[in-house]
Ligand binder design. Sequence first.
Ligand code: FRU
Length: 434
Amino acid sequence: MLSRRALLASLVPLPEDPLRPRFHFLPPANWMNDPNAPIFHNGEYHLYYQHNPKAAKWDTMHWGHASSPDLLHWKHLPIALAPTPGGPDKDGCFTGCMVIDNGKPTIIYTGVRPEVQCLATSTDMNTWQKHRRNPVVAAPPPGVDTPGFRDPHVWRDGSDWLMLVGAGFRGKGGTALLYQSKDLVEWTYLNPLLSGAINPNAKGGDVARGEMWECPDFFPVGNKWLFYVSTEDKVLYWLGDWKNRRFSPHSNGVLVYGAGYAPKSSNASGNRRIIWSWLREQRSQEDQLKAGWSGAMSLAVVPSLAKDGTLRLDPAAEYQQLRHREALTEDCCELHVTLKDNQPFGLTRGGTELVGYDPDSRILSAGRSEAPAPRGDLDLRIFIDGSVVEVFANRSVWLTGRVYGPISGLSMSAKAKKIESWALTPVSSNRLTS
Ligand code: FRU
C-alpha cells in the first residue's frame, strides 16, 4: 500500500488526468461500480451507481447520483443512498432498481450483511426515505441454500409486481429467483427463472465459479425477452419467450466482452430500452488509488432484434451529436472501419494496442480484452475516450477495454474497404469532476 504522503505526491489533478474519459459518464472522484436504477422519468435521465465516496477502492457502498436531459451531458447530484447505522443496510447499500409505483419513485435494493431486500421512496429523485418495514425480504426462500441474495430487478406484470433476485444453489450453480407482490412490500417466492451450472475449471469464489449470479435483468426486446446476469467475470445473456410466467430461452451468448460487468437496463426516450454497463479498470489497485478515481460507465447501448431474430447491440444514436469534425484523435473520437473478413486491423497509441483484429484467429481485441469476431466482413464502430475503448462489431459483438499508457502517437495499420473518423466534443470541460 502507498503511504498517504506518497499518494498525495503522485496525484494528477483529476480535471487534467488524460485517462479520464470525456464523453463517458463517471463519478466526480473515487470509486464506482454497478449502474443502479437507471430511469428516464419526467423527461430526464437518472443514473445512480455503486459508489465509495471516500476512496478509489470498493468499500461501504453508497449510491451516487447524476441526471441528464439528453443522455450525453450529466449533472452530479448529492449521494442518494447511504448506509443507516443499525439498519438492515448498515454495511452497505448494494445494487438495485427503480419502479414508479402510482407516480411514486421507489427504489428496491439490497442491504448487507446479511443480504436482504429493502425499499426507499422519494418525491424528487434526490432524497430518499427508507421504508419502515425494511427489510421487505429478510431472507432467501426456505430451503434455498444460496451463497448470495442480492441485486433485485422489479417490473410490472398486469396487476402484479414481479422481482428477480440474484442467487445460486450451493454446490450446483447460479440462479435468479422469481417473486411476486401486489404492493412491493409483501413478496411471495414463485420459482427460479433460470439456473446455470458451476464451471468446474474456474477458480475463485462463488461468483467466479458460476455458483452465484449477480445483477439479473429481464425485459422485452421486440417480440422476445432478454435475460442477463453477471457471473464468472462475464455477462451472459439468454433470448427467449416469456409466457405464463415461464421463460424459455432459445439462444444465448455474451452481452458485453472485456471490461464490462453488471449491466443494467433503463427505459429511454423514443420508446427505447438502453443498457448501461460498468467498465472495470484493468490496472492495479495501487494505480487506481494513485489516480484518485476508478470505474467508468459504458455508452448507452440499444438492444434490438435483427431480421434473423438474433440480438443486435448499437450505441444510442445520441452520440452522433458529438461528432464535430472529421479527424482521428488520440483520446476523444469515433472510428468506423469496414474490413474484408481476411483483412487485419491494428490501432495503437504510444506503442500500446488499442484495437486489433487478427483474421487467422478471428479474435478482436480492445487493450487486453478479447472477443470472437462475428462471421463475415467486419463493420467496426470504435469509440476511444481517454482510457476507455468500446468496439461494436457487426452490430452484434460489444467489446470493451481499458488502455493506459501515454495518450499520444496514434498509428493505424489497416487495409480497409472504408475508414471514417470523427473527433467528438467532450461533454464536460473538466472531465466530469464537478
Ligand atoms: C456486482 C456486485 C453486486 C453487488 C454490488 C456491490 O458488481 O457485486 O452483486 O450488489 O456489486 O457493490
